[in-house]
Design a binder for this molecule. Structure first.
Ligand SMILES: Cc1cc2nc3c(=O)[nH]c(=O)nc-3n(C[C@H](O)[C@H](O)[C@H](O)COP(=O)(O)OP(=O)(O)OC[C@H]3O[C@@H](n4cnc5c(N)ncnc54)[C@H](O)[C@@H]3O)c2cc1C
Length: 374
């Protein structure tokens, strides 16, 4: 039975996918982003990212369901979690800002997994300061636009069929517009395979005179920054859910290891120092779970914006997950840093969560701003 902020339906979803996601278990068998993309598509989860009227599962995007799915995906395979989440991040601006024609044309295919989206905001000179982006979208004289610029750190690059691209149509924050650009658009070079510390499909995009029609623009000219921030509002808290999944896995691994490994004639689990590590992990996990589910439940309850709640959840859960994984690795001793042990992979995979979709320092700014305004 559900306790706390999730319903029985969420717990049933968790129980159902927990078994199915076992197939994602061995990351080695999924070497290459295309293999991970095929595996995730095969799970048939993308309907959770799109409302029912466009072929999705729920009347709206149920953020708690997205959290449950991210927790269970990240428990098994970090790349699979990222792939799934970025489909949501990339397609949500279509839902929020697209015309009915754009939604009808794109979202049912997103729900079926026939289209795979990415979210292209970050640039070499515009990271935390996203409003400083310089990719340009100039009018082509026939109602359309010509895009020029360079996007970096774009998850799903190489496997995505479509990129939601934020580009400058004017000055300042109000001069940014969003466009849907197909991966095969002439003049777009996709450089996939940025090698990161952890497993994560990611790359760079180079726009050289990429022509898009007026119908590629989402919402009004200048609405791009609002669309980007509203989308991040929905998905930022779910990064905390991915962190929870990785942390829970690390804790399960540490508990099993501590029971199995003997030193000084007894299992490690009998040593008070090891018990302390496991207990601190449990406290971090319990607290992070409540914050992540609270932010999601607040959004599901009808709040228009959950900027503060999502920032609190993301900040605490990702920082806590780093601590949990580190302690779990410590319980494994030398084996913790041996390739092939789950905690070694988790140690590498969890690190990026404190950086993407707004680094921890930026979350603190967001939280402080909410506290001090007025
Ligand atoms: C694995 C991964 C996946 C990603 N996926 C995507 C994606 O799909 N799409 C996309 O558009 N982007 C993506 N990003 C980019 C990500 O959102 C940025 O890396 C992040 O916003 C930080 O920007 P930056 O790397 O340029 O760091 P910088 O902005 O240069 O920051 C460097 C450091 O300075 C701190 N800092 C910066 N400004 C402030 C401030 N005002 N106050 C206090 N501290 C500050 C930061 O917290 C950080 O510690 C991804 C990044 C990673 C690592």
């Amino acid at each position: 039975m559900a306790v706390g902020l999730l319903t029985d339906a969420h717990e049933r979803l968790r129980a159902e996918v927990r078994e199915r996601f076992r197939t994602l278990e061995a990351p080695a068998q999924y070497e290459g982003d295309a293999a991970v993309a095929a595996a995730v598509k095969g799970l048939g989860l993308y309907g959770y990212l799109v409302p029912e009227v466009y072929g999705g599962v729920h009347p709206g995007v149920d953020v708690r369901s997205v959290c449950v799915l991210r927790e269970e995906l990240a428990y098994r395979n970090g790349a699979a979690d990222s792939l799934f989440a970025v489909q949501g991040l990339g397609s949500h601006p279509v839902l929020l800002g697209g015309s009915e024609a754009q939604r009808q044309a794109l979202l049912p295919a997103v729900a079926r997994g026939e289209l795979l989206f990415a979210f292209a905001l970050t640039e070499p000179e515009a990271g935390s300061d996203v409003a400083g982006l310089s990719t340009s979208a100039r009018p082509n004289g026939h109602g359309g636009y010509v895009l020029d610029g360079h996007k970096r750190f774009i998850s799903n690059a190489g496997v995505a069929t479509h990129y939601t691209v934020f580009a400058r149509t004017g000055e300042g924050r109000g001069g940014i517009s969003a466009f849907v650009v197909p991966a095969d658009a002439p003049g777009l070079e996709v450089r996939a395979g940025m090698a990161l510390l952890g497993d994560h499909p990611i790359g760079e995009l180079f726009f050289r005179g990429v022509r898009v029609p007026a119908e590629a623009r989402l919402g009004a000219e200048g609405a791009g920054m609002k669309l980007a921030l509203s989308t991040l509002d929905v998905f930022r808290g779910t990064v905390g859910a991915a962190a929870l999944g990785m942390a829970r896995r690390a804790q399960d691994e540490a508990v099993a290891y501590a029971k199995g490994r003997k030193q000084f004639g007894a299992p490690l689990a009998e040593l008070p120092a090891v018990q302390g590590l496991l207990a601190d992990n449990a406290v971090d996990l319990e607290a992070a779970t409540l914050l992540v589910h609270k932010a999601a439940a607040t959004k599901d309850g009808g709040a228009e914006r959950v900027t503060y709640e999502a920032a609190v959840a993301k900040l605490f859960a990702t920082e806590a997950a780093q601590r949990v994984v580190d302690r779990a690795l410590q319980v494994h001793g030398g084996n913790g840093v041996v390739r092939g042990f789950a905690v070694e992979r988790l140690y590498r995979d969890v690190r990026a969560l404190r950086i993407y979709e707004g680094a921890s320092e930026v979350q603190r700014l967001v939280i402080a701003r909410a506290l001090l305004k007025g």
